[in-house]
Ligand binder design. Sequence first.
Ligand code: SF4
Ligand code: FES
Length: 241
Amino acid sequence: MSKTISIDGQAVAFSDGQTIMDAALAAGIYIPHLCHNPEFKPHGSCKLCTVKVNGRNVASCTMPAVEGQEVLSDTGELNAERLVLTQMLFVEGNHLCPGCEKSGNCQLQAVAYYLGMMSPHFNHFYPQREVDASHPDVLLDRNRCIYCELCVRASRDVDGKSVFGLSGRGIGTTLVVNSTSGRLGDTSIAATDKAMQVCPTGALLVKRRGFAVPIGDRIYDHLSIKDHLSIKEVQTGGDHE
Ligand code: SF4
Ligand code: FES
């Protein structure tokens, strides 16, 4: 008999080694997340996936599933905390959705809609961040970076290039490019790299593709991020692209 945990009262099967997030995703249960991608080792930085386990707040993407856990996720309290975290991400960077070509395909925007975010609430920091357009096929707009490190992990672990890294701390954190000039044009990154497919925002974009899919026909234009993930799980049986 398989082991189970309970998520919001629903019995969810899991196997040894799975996290609460893994078990939830396999069961088609959406727990909001941004720095997590099932293809990579969890990172646990955005805290959006925080759930309550037996009364304690934990990051579901890093917490192993253990038989008998009572997990609460879709609660007013936790969603209110997720909303604040999301609003902070918006004001810490420069996320101008109406002018961003990732609009409709952006996980940060989709999570904000899912959580019912109607305004950023906090004062904008309007940080000065650099755009790197030095590469012929790839653009890095640091204004939209949320420091999830997915590109760092993908470039290092899949592409074998280690093009990206994080530098600095707190508000001084920045996404750096590993080349002598510090510019993308002097790296071996390619538009087909895994690093170019994992960015949850519009920080990393392939050039000349911005409007290949018109606004209105994009991933989250018709489906919430929750419904999109559930359908994807059913279609792939838990195997993500
Ligand atoms: S560029 Fe994108 S994938 Fe890379 S750290 Fe920033 S938000 Fe994450
Ligand atoms: S998704 Fe778990 S901490 Fe970001």
